[in-house]
Design a protein around this ligand. Sequence first.
Ligand SMILES: *[C@@H]1O[C@H](CO)[C@@H](O)[C@H](O)[C@H]1NC(C)=O
Ligand SMILES: *[C@@H]1O[C@H](CO)[C@@H](O)[C@H](O)[C@H]1NC(C)=O
Ligand SMILES: *[C@@H]1O[C@H](CO)[C@@H](O)[C@H](O)[C@H]1NC(C)=O
Ligand SMILES: *[C@@H]1O[C@H](CO)[C@@H](O)[C@H](O)[C@H]1NC(C)=O
Ligand SMILES: *[C@@H]1O[C@H](CO)[C@@H](O)[C@H](O)[C@H]1NC(C)=O
Ligand SMILES: *[C@@H]1O[C@H](CO)[C@@H](O)[C@H](O)[C@H]1NC(C)=O
Length: 841
Amino acid sequence: MFRKIYGFDAKDAMDSQSMIFFWTVVIPLFLTVHCLVPVGRERGFDLCVTSRQGIKDLSNQTLSRVPPHLPKITEYLDISYNNIAEIDDRSLVGLTKLCFLKATHCGLRFISPNAFVQTSGIKVLNVSQNSLSIIPDLSLPQLRILDLTSNLYDSYQLPSTFQKLTHLELLFLGSGKASLVKSTDFTALRNISVKQFGLSARTGWQSYESGSLTNLRSLQEMTLNVPFCEKFDIFKNFLMDLNRTQTTILRLVKLFPDNCTVADDPFETLKSMDLVKNLTLVDTWVNSSVMVKLLKNAWVSNIQQLGFFNITYNEDTPDGLNFFGQNYSVHLRSVIFDHVAHYQYKYPSFNISVEALSQMTYLKLSGTGMNISPCNLISALPSLETLDLSNNLLDESGFWWTFCSYTSVFPALKHLSLSQNRFLSLSIISEKTHQMRSLQSLDLSFNSISIGGRCSWPRHLRELNLSNNNLGNTVFRFLSPHFEWIDLSKTGITAIDQKVLLEFPSLTHLFLSSNSIQVLPVDLHAPLLHTLYIDQNIIATIYMGTFEGLPRLRTIKAGNNPFSCSCDSYWFVTALNKSLLPDWPLDYTCSVPPILAGMPLADYKPGKLSCELWLQAAIALSITFVITTALGFTFYACDGVWYTKMLWVWILVKRRGKKKTDKLRDVSFHYHAFISYSQYDSSWVESMLVSTLERAGLSLCIHERDFVPGEWIIDNIINCAEASYKTIFVLSNNFVQSDWCNYELFFAQHRAVSIQEDSLVFLLLEPIPPDSLPKKFLNLRGVLRQQTYLQWPGAGAGEEMKRQVFWSSLKAMLRVADRSMVLKDLAVDISETLSLMADQS
Ligand SMILES: *[C@@H]1O[C@H](CO)[C@@H](O)[C@H](O)[C@H]1NC(C)=O
Ligand SMILES: *[C@@H]1O[C@H](CO)[C@@H](O)[C@H](O)[C@H]1NC(C)=O
Ligand SMILES: *[C@@H]1O[C@H](CO)[C@@H](O)[C@H](O)[C@H]1NC(C)=O
Ligand SMILES: *[C@@H]1O[C@H](CO)[C@@H](O)[C@H](O)[C@H]1NC(C)=O
Ligand SMILES: *[C@@H]1O[C@H](CO)[C@@H](O)[C@H](O)[C@H]1NC(C)=O
Ligand SMILES: *[C@@H]1O[C@H](CO)[C@@H](O)[C@H](O)[C@H]1NC(C)=O
């Protein structure tokens, strides 16, 4: 007729082993109870905080007053755990944006009525755990959440100014000294729609006047943190008042003190409280005898959800908790045990008729130390849809306990959580899920799962949570193509392949938070993907086009990555629709370049100009043009052309000179240079050229002076040239017109002996445009085109400098090698040419 669940019905068969279980159950339990405090953002945080810079945490800094000159943008200020005795008129001056003020554990004794003159926008005020001796006047018209618990006022009487807190929704009151609840205490709230109300009193109440609570007509959720033991009539009065509000959720914290024997039935009133749907007992000692009383009443009440959080359970009835003979519960759907400390070192024994639980759809047994799953749990709950066995000590053999024999396995179960247990093998679990015919989602997070071995998943399983297991990049190969929802947060993934998503055509949700992914492939393809979490990885840049293959995407969480504030992120900041990002802008900050580190990504506004390539190109081009023009102009104006030419010639001379010097040794010349010029330029040659060069110690051959009379002029030129290291031609329009023919002849003659062309030096006395020359002067045109000449700067101011350059270049040319060397050069050239001619004939 009735069977045991959550008992250890295989005990008889294995007494020796139960000893072992007994220890494994109990010891870790006391550890887990205290360590796993749920973390999450405080109530009201989202109401207030819009940017990270708005958060100012000054807790635990041994402050004795609120520091002056806090940033004006402060939205959230935490000054808890300091030694601040009062918030006076000047404490919060200037903080016009302040919305959340937290000052708990401060020894706060006084809050001035004018403290909030400049901070009237405060929505959340938490001054719990202080020494306030009266409930302060608060002129905060925007206030939504107010926590005044654990102070030292001796009455709950609210000041009449509370009538002005028209937005107040959550109010928590409590004091070690208040022990009387009067019907006038909360009248100030009569016209305010407080939805959540908390009342606490450490030592219990002396009296409760009926009608006190009925002032809170809109009340929906009540938290009572007051211990009761003998005086349950006060508790009943309170419940009857509560019945006259709208309350559907009732939380009873520390209801029974440790040393209390509960003689009456404190829960009798529950039976006729029509509205309460959700009853929770928190942080209290519960004996099995009391539990039976509670269950009896709850079973026939309207309660749908019954929860026990952080209770210490003691079996004071000899054969465990026996609950049967009751009619079916029509309303109860959900039972939660979350963190149970067992007073005795033994398995608790719950004997409850299965029929009594036939309607139950939700069961959570978490933090209970369970290491073997009760047999009947698996097969006997016909309607159970969700089973949460998280935070226990189960592994494969404990959950599928070999001594259990079952006819069916979880006939209706859709959601199974085995999170925070000791499961090891994905392969075994995947095999077992085939037995659970309705299972849709499985939570294996926070286990010690390793992959390896084949996994075969049933088609009906569509959601798998493997987060917080050490799995690595290959995990995708062990998953089912039918999965729609995959959580791989914190699984040690370092890279994802763009092809990976193609294996999961039905995928709608993918969670990859807290991994070490560096790059998101640009061509991800998942036609149905709706939600993608890639926050807390090491992604620096999300490139444009990354989400193009994800047409159904509606939510991307990408915050807390080390973003690079560079142009690669420009599109993300400016073009991406921010309604896709639930964590924008709070969780997005720049990491590189170092100069921008810590800046909110939303503030990275480089401007269109600096990041659009085509714009940049256009602007760069026009700037280059302007600069070039300006430079060109300056260059021209300062005779840059002339200097450049001279520099070029000088470089050539140096190079050739070096080659020569290496090549030739011990050769001597008669002259440094032979000078060929027109009669019309003789004055310049004599006054400037010859005098300057001879003064510099160079010897020159000049035809007027050194030519042998009677010889043909060309022979004279050749003779003279052969006796000279260099031949200097002074080019001018005169020279070209009168004497160039001779030069052409000289060239023609010379081809026979092939003088090195670099032994010829051309001085340009005045500009001669190459194209103005007759076509026949091919050689001259060549000389002028290649610009292998030295140009005389001419006369005029500022030319002195240029002339010096001119002379030193010229002298350098003539001195490149000692003249003794050059004859050998010539000799070598001649012999080379002769041998060449011999070859040709
Ligand atoms: C106020 O602060 C205390 C201490 O941190 C915290 O326990 C409590 O939940 C806070 N109150 C509200 C309403 O958030
Ligand atoms: C609670 O209120 C309902 C009517 O709303 C009433 O029928 C019931 O008797 C009340 N229960 C108690 C315990 O006052
Ligand atoms: C529970 O039972 C023990 C004895 O078994 C008793 O001392 C204790 O006061 C009881 N506590 C409650 C809350 O019922
Ligand atoms: C859980 O209960 C124990 C004792 O009953 C208490 O000391 C502890 O603070 C509670 N923890 C939480 C998180 O409520
Ligand atoms: C069960 O319900 C029926 C009526 O529905 C009632 O007559 C009977 O007394 C109830 N039994 C118990 C044990 O409450
Ligand atoms: C952004 O997306 C939302 C919802 O997806 C849509 O309503 C809104 O029009 C989009 N905004 C822009 C600028 O595209």
